[in-house]
Write a protein that binds this ligand. Sequence first.
Ligand code: ADP
Ligand code: MG
Length: 631
Amino acid sequence: MDYSLPYFLRNFTSNKEFILPDIIQLLPDNIANQIAAGEVIQRPASAVKELLENAVDAGANEIKLIVNDAGKALIQVIDNGKGMSDTDARMCFERHATSKIKNIEDLFHIKTMGFRGEALASIAAVAQVELKSKKEDESIGTYIEIDNSVVKKQEPVAMERGTSIAMKNLFFNVPARRNFLKSNPSELRHIMDEFIRVSMSFPDIFFSLTSNGQEVFHLERATLKQRIVQILGNSYQSKLVTVEEQTDYMNIYGFVGKPETAKKTRGDQYFFVNNRFIKSAYLNHAVMGAFDSMIAKDSFPMYTLFIDLDPAQLDINVHPTKQEIKFEDEKIVYAFVQSAVKHALAQFSISPTLDFELDPSIQQLDAVSKPFTDEKKSSVASSSLYNTFSQKNQAHFIENKSELKHWREFYEPAQKQSSEFSSSTTIEDLPNPLFPEKNIEVSDESPLQQIHSTYILVQNDMGFLVIHQQNAHERILYERFIKAVEGKPIAIQQSLFPQTIELASADVAVLTELLPDLHFLGYHLEPFGNNTFVMQGTPADVEQGNEKAAIEKMLEQYKHFSSDLKYSKREKLIRSLAWQQSIKAGKILTQKEMKSIVQELFICDTPNITATGKPTYTTFKKLELDRMFGR
Ligand code: ADP
Ligand code: MG
C-alpha cells in the first residue's frame, strides 16, 4: 500500500480490481431492538411505568409491583386484568405489536395509557423476561421465557386470570447503560414517583409496591381523596379543599391542600391531563397564582388536579415517555385552572377552634389508615374499636376545646344516623363549610354585636359569623395597600403644618429606600438633610396628629420583618403598615366602624385569612347549632 497517498486513494492504487463495497447492512433484530429500547426504557422506573400502564389498560383492579435492588435485579408487575391468549403472549413482545391502535387516526383518540406497541419489545431487548398470562375464559394459562428478544421457552401454566411480567437483570446485555444507572436509593425514588403517579390517577384500583421483600405501599381501593391521604400521608386528612368546575370546553377536578399545609419543598404537586401525569411549569404557575397571598412566597401548596378535555385540544406528543404537553389554547387553560382553584379556596374557611386532629396512636391502626372494604367492615365490626366508634362516635379524636365535645355532630350532615357506622374515611368527607357570606347584608335593623372588645358577631340567613376585628382589618388594609402600590395610589391630604421626623442614621437608609412605595401608600415624605424627613402629606383617611409615631412604629415593625428574606421590601412595608394601622383587638368599636369592617372584609379577594395566614372569621351554621341542642 502506498502510504504517501491520501487515505481515500490508497485502495485504488493498491488494488486495480477494486470494487467499491456496499457498506450498508441491516442491524440484527436484537441490536435494533436494544437501540430502540434505549428510548423507551431509560431506567428501571421507565419499565415500571410501562408495565403499570399496561396492567391498567388490561382492566385490572388489583396491581402489584415488586422490585428488588431498585429494579436493577427484578421488576415484576402482577395484575388481575383480562390476560392474553398464548399467541398474544408471544406476539406482545414483537415491535409494534399492539392491540390498542389499528390506524394512525386512532393515535389521536387514544384513551388507553401506552400506545405504541413498543414497551414490551423494548423490555425484552434489555432484560430477561418471564411472562405468565391467562384469560378469563381459558382453563390454562401460558408461561413464556425470553432472553435477548428470543423466546426460550413456552409452556402451559396453571394460574388465575391476569398477567404477571417479571423482568430480571435490566440492561444485563447493555453494560454501558447499566453503568449509567444511579444509586439504588435514587433509582427507587424514580420508581416510587412513577408508582405514585399511576396509583394516584386510578384510586379505584388496588396497588401495592414491595421493595426487597418489604411492602412500601399498600393502597386499598378508595376515593380520590382517600387515595391522596393514603399516598401523601395523614397530615392531609381534613386539609384538602375540593376543586371542581365543569364547562363545555374542559373539566377540572381534584384537591388542593389548605394553605397551612404548604411546604418548603416542591413535591406534592400533581397534574393529570386526561388521566395522564404531566409536568407543566405553566399550569403550576396558574395554581401558585391562585394561592397568592395565602401562603409564604417561597412555599409550595399541595395539589392533585385532573384536567379533562377533548384530545383534539391537545398537541399530543405521542412519545410515551414524554411528560410534557401543549394545549391548543394555553391561555384559556391557564385562566380556567387558576380561577377554579381560587374559587375552591374562597369557599372554605379555616376554623381553628373547630379543627380536629387524629390521635397519632389511632392513626396507625389499619382500620383508620386504610379504607374500608366490605369484608374488613365486618371483621372490624366485632372489634372493640368499632364499639368505641359507635358508642361515642368521636372516641378517636382529640378535641381542641372541651366545650366543643360534640363538634362531630356539629358537622355531621343532618340526614346521617348517629348509629350508622362511620369509618375515619367518612370524616374527611364531612361537608366543607361553604361560605356564602360574600353576599352578607348589614342592615340597620339588626345591629352588630361586639364581644370582648375583639369579636364582631354578624347574623346571616344560615347562622352567624364571628369576625376577629384586628385580623379582618389587617386583611382589608393589606388588599387596599397592594392595590395602591400596583397603581391605585391612596389619596394624600397635604399637611398644613408639616412635621419633621428625625431618625437614627441606620433607619435613614431604610426609610429612604421605602419613600417611593410610601408615596403610593399615602405618605409623602421628603428628605431634609441631617437624618431628618419632612412629612408633606398623609393618607386622607388617617387621623392627623400621630403621623410621626405611625412612621416610627411602621419602621420598627418593618425592621422586625427584615430578617425574613423571603418577602420583598414592598411586601414587608405593606404588611408592616397593615399591621400598624389596623384596629387592634381590645378596642371598643362603634356600629359604624363594625359595619365598615364587615362590609369591606367581604369585598376583599381573600377575605378569610390575613396576609400572615391567620383566620379572619369563622362561621356557625344554624342547622348545626340546632342539632347541637337536639333540634
Ligand atoms: P402498547 O401498550 O402500546 O399496546 P406494549 O408493548 O406495552 O404496547 O404492549 C403490547 C400489547 O401486549 C398490548 O397492546 C396488549 O395487548 C398486550 N399486553 C401488554 N401487557 C398486558 C397485560 N398486563 N395484560 C394484558 N395484555 C397486555
Ligand atoms: Mg404499553
